[in-house]
Design a protein around this ligand. Structure first.
Ligand code: PXL
Length: 274
């Protein structure tokens, strides 16, 4: 078997334990070669710090693609995270031009949480994100991103019928599989719903009573790593959920680490699941 090579496209938040600073080590720990294309460089992420610097790297994308084409660089999978609106056509080009036969497109439509778009994203960003979701092998929105993609109100109270209707509408955006994260159907359980166009399957873990930044990126990265190691979508979704619970357990009780999770301490657990 040849080893798999994945390209992840998302920002570098230099400090704050999210996006590329978690994706690269997590995917590597899964035993998958991880190439990166930084979409932007920020001094730190935009959640909880008083400010941040931001340097957009869109202009570099066509240059990097041209060079990769010269070198015949290609990938078995693409995993996209925090990107900006103007980058989406470039990302579609890169995926088209550098895909190995059968290459997977994994799209985490990073846009918001808690019912709100992240700072800096315009109201028309979700529409553009729909273009990236169309044709993806897997999309993995949280409930906020699901509502944004579908142009619906974000709901904090919902039932199983709402989840099933939402996941079917997300599937109709043109993705082969939907992994909807942050789903809770009973108070002390939190998990994911997976839909492949046929059957909806769930995986739940015990809910830990904290919300920590960067867990979405840890989830998507470990999901991508597990999938490329040959696990099924549901197995990968379950491994990623268990890993994130472990990252939170390792981080609880240390208020000085408010900006993210100590995912490093949970890597041995993730490796044991590969
Ligand atoms: O974890 C998602 C994310 C990624 N990158 C940046 C962010 C956030 C969430 O706030 O600010 C820069």
């Amino acid at each position: 078997m040849t080893d798999k090579r994945l390209l992840t496209i998302q920002d570098i938040s230099c400090v704050g334990q999210c996006s590329l600073t978690v994706a690269l080590p997590i995917i590597s720990a899964c035993g998958v070669e991880c190439a990166i294309l930084p979409s932007s460089v920020l001094s730190n992420h935009t959640a909880g710090f008083s400010g941040w610097t931001f340097r957009d790297l869109t202009d570099e994308m066509p240059n990097i693609l041209a060079q990769w084409k010269k070198e015949k660089v290609d990938f078995d999978a693409f995993y996209t995270g925090y990107v900006s609106k103007t980058q989406i056509p470039h990302i579609l080009d890169i995926m088209q031009e550098t895909a190995r036969p059968g290459a997977l497109r994994i799209v985490d439509p990073v846009m918001g949480d808690g019912g709100k778009l992240y700072p800096g994203f315009d109201d028309d960003f979700p529409q553009e994100m729909c273009r990236l979701c169309n044709g993806a092998d897997v999309i993995m929105p949280n409930l906020t991103e699901a509502a944004l993609l579908l142009g619906e109100e974000y709901r904090t109270e919902y039932d199983q019928a709402y989840i099933e209707q939402t996941i079917k509408r997300l599937h109709a955006l043109g993705a082969k599989n939907v992994v909807l994260t942050g789903v809770s159907l009973e108070p002390n359980k939190l998990g994911v719903a997976c839909y492949d166009g046929n059957e909806i399957r769930y995986y739940f873990t015990d809910r830990l009573d904290v919300s920590m930044h960067g867990t979405g990126d840890c989830y998507a990265s470990s999901f991508a790593g597990a999938l490329l190691r040959g696990h099924s979508i549901l197995e990968s979704a379950s491994i990623a959920a268990d890993f994130v619970v472990e990252t939170i357990r390792q981080s609880m009780g240390d208020p000085s680490h408010w900006y993210g999770v100590k995912f490093e301490k949970a890597l041995p657990y993730l490796i044991s699941r590969m």
